[in-house]
Design a protein around this ligand. Structure first.
Ligand code: CA
Length: 512
């Protein structure tokens, strides 16, 4: 799988900019990332122009707007979510650091008081603000330890469940996202709630992606100049919760979307040969895919508004996800968190008219790379903080043949669990449960026994010979390959000063 230019799609001719855009200005950025959307669920992978670039069969979804958008974008086939869970992903996305140093090694919950985005972090929004951007955040955040800071009920959590997941984000925690319309985490797709910039709660009683698209359009329109400074470029992140669970019934998705899938037998919806059809969860497939289509439609509405406002030419639009969804593949209950392709491989499309030539690229983009790459794309390389784990790969987006930056040959995989328990029963540390590496050919991951620190389990797949990862190769079957992968893994763990490097874990395997 190499990089190809899609046939018949030249650059869009430069047309007259509107008055607002006539002065040279940094491009706007719209970053849309629904939750738990696997790469295989993009319908375009089943279409002739795209099918040759992947070695899996695409899911039988309906994503007409994303199909059209893909033809205008650089589409990555191998974008990798390194720590494929909500909060660790977002921590890396915001800080440009892997989850060992981002401050967010696990999912944020009330029993993990120190697992929370630090106020002191220099986030991508802080840098863009400094460069003159207005920043907006809409939708799911899940990046702070929920604390009893409900603005309507001081001293209480914003939800009654314990451990608490949902959180109100105080102004000092917002990292220069001055337009705020967000919540921590709350999984009721048709009855969401949000807190706005002033801390007022909103319960719109409608499908959350639709409501979030409406808010995004309102922000772009900026009637009366109330929501942003129109003389500045804007950076808007929109995190839609679907197609994250729940996906049990039409209570969890729009009926019009469910109708597209309801008559298809389950074994025609779940087409991957590694699906365990004995799992009851297979019944969720039509509702999961319905939410993929719902997200597609609402993303399309954002694109329509952008065009109508004449802002599309000078706006970078990215569509991706925080991690994937196994949906009964591999017989695992956990939809994410594993190194399986369904969990780690996410969509990534980026459109920047007149600057990026539409194509499919097998660039192995890791989560911490996104922040510096975004700064590179908008011409702010000089503002990329020196301490980041992530690398600026923008030159590759501009020119796939560039020699100014090396193409990543691998991506790190992380899984953390709870570490030290305090006397109060809360967890103040994380345990670095598993580490692994993905290359263009192999996936390898090692799991520790928490008591002994020794190897508990390994997963090792030849992703070229075995694209659905159905055969876990014994490590002694390919010792030379394992040695090479472990050398690279050791180098990377050293580069990011990971706990595995500090403690020299699994020294019989990993060369540090
Ligand atoms: Ca998530």
């Amino acid at each position: 799988m190499k990089n190809f230019v899609l046939g018949g799609m030249g650059l869009i001719a430069l047309t007259a900019c509107n008055a607002q855009q006539s002065a040279p200005q940094l491009p706007n950025i719209i970053y849309v990332f629904p939750d738990q959307l696997r790469n295989a669920a993009m319908e375009y992978w089943s279409q002739d122009e795209f099918r040759p670039y992947v070695n899996f069969q695409g899911d039988p979804t309906h994503t007409p707007r994303l199909n059209e958008f893909a033809r205008q974008s650089v589409v990555l086939s191998s974008c990798f979510s390194n720590n494929p869970v909500s909060s660790p992903h977002r921590g890396s996305l915001f800080t440009g650091m892997y989850s060992n140093k981002s401050g967010v090694p696990n999912n944020c919950q009330s029993f993990r008081p120190t697992c929370s985005l630090p106020d002191s972090a220099t986030c991508v929004s802080d840098v863009l603000y400094e460069a003159g951007y207005d920043c907006a955040y809409i939708g799911k955040l899940h990046l702070f330890c929920p604390t009893p800071n409900d603005p309507q009920h001081p001293g209480q959590y914003v939800e009654s469940r314990v451990p608490a997941w949902d959180a109100y984000t105080e102004p000092h925690q917002r990292h220069h996202f001055d337009f705020w319309y967000s919540y921590g985490t709350f999984d009721v797709h048709k009855n969401p709630h949000y807190w706005d910039s002033e801390g007022n709660r909103h319960d719109p009683h409608e499908y959350s992606p639709k409501h979030e698209a409406d808010k995004a359009i309102e922000y772009m329109r900026n009637e009366g100049g109330k929501l942003r400074d129109s003389s500045k470029p804007f950076f808007m992140m929109i995190s839609m919760n679907p197609p994250h669970s729940p996906y049990q019934s039409t209570k969890d998705c729009m009926e019009e979307d469910y109708n597209l899938y309801k008559d298809t037998p389950l074994d025609s919806l779940l087409v991957r040969p590694n699906v365990d059809f004995s799992m009851d969860k297979t019944k969720s497939a039509p509702y999961y895919f319905a939410n993929v289509t719902g997200v597609d439609r609402e993303f399309g509405r954002i694109l329509d508004a952008l065009k109508e406002l004449g802002l599309d030419k000078n706006t970078i639009v990215i569509f991706t996800s925080d991690h994937g969804e196994t949906m009964c593949s591999q017989g695992v209950k956990d939809p994410k968190n594993s190194p399986y392709a369904e969990s780690v491989n996410v969509p990534f499309m980026i459109r920047y008219p007149d600057h990026l030539k539409p194509r499919v690229d097998n660039l192995m983009l890791s989560t911490p790379d996104i922040y510096p790459t975004l700064l590179g794309l908008v011409g702010l390389k000089h503002m990329i903080p020196g301490h980041l784990h992530g690398r600026d790969l923008s030159d590759i987006f501009f020119n796939p043949e560039t020699t100014t930056v090396e193409r990543p040959e691998s991506a790190l995989y992380f899984q953390n669990s709870d570490g030290r328990k305090g006397e109060d029963g809360l967890f103040y540390d994380f345990y670095p449960n598993a580490r692994g590496l993905k290359t263009d050919r192999y996936t390898i991951a090692f799991y520790l026994d928490k008591k002994t620190g020794k190897l508990r389990e390994s997963l090792f797949f030849d992703d070229v010979e075995d694209p659905y990862q159905q055969r876990n190769i014994p490590l002694d079957e390919k010792p030379e390959v394992v040695k090479e992968l472990c050398q690279k893994l050791g180098q990377e763990l050293k580069r990011i000063d990971d706990r595995w490097y500090q403690d020299k874990l699994l020294p019989e395997l990993i060369t540090y």
